[in-house]
Structure formats: C-alpha cells, structure tokens
Design a protein around this ligand. Structure first.
Ligand code: ADP
Ligand code: MG
Length: 263
C-alpha cells in the first residue's frame, strides 16, 4: 500500500496537559473556566475540540497557545515545561512552536498576501529566517495561492483570506497549528475547502487542533474532544472520518486553487 507523504518522524507527544485549571475571579465569585483538564496531543493528530459556548474551549486554546497561564496544573509543549514561564519566554515559545488561525483571519488590510505571510518571519525575535520572501511565497503556494501573492485581503474571498492566514501560521514551521473557530466566518462551501486544506496539511505531517462548535467540521478530524463546564466530557476517535476533498468533488467544484475571486 502506498500512502502519500506520511510523516517521517515517529509520533511523539507535542502537548501534555495534566490537571490544568483556570480560575477567573469575578468579584467574590470564582469562575472555573477550566477544571482539571488532562489532554495529550501526539504529533500527526488532527483534533477537533467541541463544546457549547462557555464550555472553556477558548480558555483551553489560550493556555495551549501560551497566551494565558493556568491557575494550576502542568503544561508541557514539545518537551518544554510551560507553566511558570514569564512573558518573554512564553512569547518565544509561541514564536518558535505555535501557529495560530483565528475566526476573523486577522490579516493586515491594504497589505498583500505575501507581505502578510512574511510578517512573522520578519518579527522573529531570534532572527532565524533568511529569504523571507521566498519562504512566504512557498507557504502561499502550499495552500494553493501561489497565483495570488500580490492580492490584498479585500481582493480575496473569505476562504482565500483564511488560506492566507493558514500560510502565515505555517511559514514559521510550527510544531502544532491551533485554530479557534477557523470556519466560523465562512459559508459551508468555503468551510469544506478550508477543512480539505487542513486534512491535506495533516497528511503531510502537520499536527492540528481545531476548535469548532459545528459537528460537520469536527467530523473531518481524526479525534473529537468534547468539553462541558471547563472539563473534558468525551474524548474519542472519529469513526468513518469524512474526506473534505471528496465532499468538494461531490459538490462539483473546481480545484479550490483556481477558484475565481468574487469581484
Ligand atoms: P468557549 O470558548 O467554550 O465559549 P470560554 O473559554 O471563552 O468558553 O469561557 C469559559 C468560561 O470562562 C465562561 O464561563 C466564561 O464566561 C469564562 N471566562 C472566559 N474568559 C474570562 C475572563 N477573561 N474573565 C472572566 N471570565 C472568563
Ligand atoms: Mg470561544
């Protein structure tokens, strides 16, 4: 049997969270946004985190993304103990190990796709990158936008803007890509396009954690983690995982890489 571009390395734990609690003090009230969460993410996984509004998904993503620190518990990211680190060390970890994709794309307006993707390379605190233009162009090509390098966000469809944001997240070669409701601002067709891209990247070895409240989106993952009231309620593999690329074909769509931009 041949498999396309299987990850070369043996699976290893990328994220290890043990007993993580996040408490917000609201006046005299304590809100347990996270309440004793245990989670291990292994390289090569494609995980959907589900749960209703207020269940703690974004708080978990913020902790995993080193944007927020847990009140209690242990967090190890790619072998580095995260809890207890200061702001600068957290910023460095974010830079070196994480890629972020947001619901609202968060692209700079009046700035070309290639400049948007190049930005995290230019702002790298360790100045690790050379040939930043070429790396940005390569990342855009990887997400099917090699022919849109000079387009500004306003000249791209929502799905294409999100793909620019995904290229921006990938360009620093992160250990894991974290996406909070990445399809929340997209119509159902663009949603499937973006999920097809995530599945393709995952097949190339990228580890992904995607927050969504849509079951249709979660069904494209390999594993679903369901949260409620700051706890993990269920954690299970997806049976009969769907292939977004096949669903796109069934919809009778052309290659997303050559889709035309709405004028
Ligand atoms: P979700 O992303 O699943 O909608 P959140 O992680 O945003 O959930 O929120 C989980 C809980 O923590 C909610 O009850 C929310 O009101 C509370 N919460 C989140 N952020 C804060 C904050 N900065 N201050 C106080 N409470 C917060
Ligand atoms: Mg949220």
């Amino acid at each position: 049997m041949t498999t396309a571009a299987a990850p070369a390395e043996a699976p290893r734990p990328v994220i290890q969270v043990v007993g993580v609690t996040k408490i917000y003090q609201m006046g005299t009230n304590k809100v347990f946004a996270l309440h004793g969460v245990d989670l291990t993410v292994t390289s090569g996984e494609l995980i959907a985190i589900m749960g209703s509004s207020g269940s703690g998904k974004s708080t978990l993503m913020n902790v995993l993304g080193c944007l927020d620190v847990p009140t209690e518990g242990k967090y190890t990211l790619d072998g580095v103990r995260v809890d207890g680190l200061g702001r600068n060390a957290l910023a460095d970890l974010r830079n070196q190990k994480l890629g972020f994709v947001f619901q609202g794309f968060n692209l700079l307006a009046r700035t070309s796709a290639i400049e948007n993707v190049e930005l995290p390379l230019l702002y790298d605190r360790q100045n690790r990158w050379k040939d930043t233009r070429k790396l940005a162009a390569d990342a855009l090509t990887r997400v099917g936008l090699g022919d849109r390098l000079d387009h500004q966000p306003s000249e791209l469809s929502g799905g294409q803007q999100q793909r620019v944001a995904i290229a921006r997240a990938l360009v620093t070669q992160p250990t894991i890509l974290l996406a909070d409701e990445p399809t929340g601002n997209l119509d159902s067709h663009m949603t499937i396009e973006v999920m097809a891209l995530f599945q393709e990247l995952n097949e190339q070895g990228i580890t992904l954690l995607i927050v969504t409240h849509e079951q249709d989106v979660a069904n494209y993952a390999k594993r679903i983690v369901e949260m409620r009231d700051g706890r993990i309620l269920h954690d299970h593999p997806v049976e009969g995982k769907r292939r977004a690329a096949e669903d796109l074909l069934a919809l009778g769509t052309a290659d997303p890489a050559v889709e035309t931009v709405a004028a």
